[in-house]
Design a protein around this ligand. Structure first.
Ligand code: SF4
Length: 99
């Protein structure tokens, strides 16, 4: 949360001494981040055949790899989701004599 970012002015969303968790959710900054992450998840839903396994990925990977939450594929998901899924499916197909 304390990582600096020039793009969105950092990720500090409130102050635990003065704000409630609920009040932070209504700030412009939180709402923008929330919308951007939801847009990225929707891009994944529309474009990725692994969406059912993944659910749209990690916003942090998207942000730090591509500089935005509003994107789909990242290197992290290629290696953490797609390759692992491919290996598991291939092993299942072998074990069931499907290939
Ligand atoms: S595997 Fe990658 S592209 Fe597919 S839904 Fe997950 S994050 Fe999105």
């Amino acid at each position: 949360m304390s990582v600096k970012s020039d793009r969105d002015g950092g990720f500090l969303l409130g102050n635990a001494l003065h704000d409630t968790l609920e009040s932070v959710c209504y700030t412009d900054k939180f709402q923008k981040i929330y919308r951007d992450i939801a847009t990225g998840v929707e891009l994944c839903r529309q474009s990725c055949e692994y969406f059912g396994v993944c659910g749209g990925g990690a916003g942090s990977n998207k942000y730090w790899e591509k500089g935005t939450f509003t994107c789909s594929e990242t290197n992290a998901c290629k290696y953490r989701i797609k390759e692992v899924t491919n290996i598991v499916l291939e092993e299942l197909e072998h074990s069931l004599s499907l290939i």
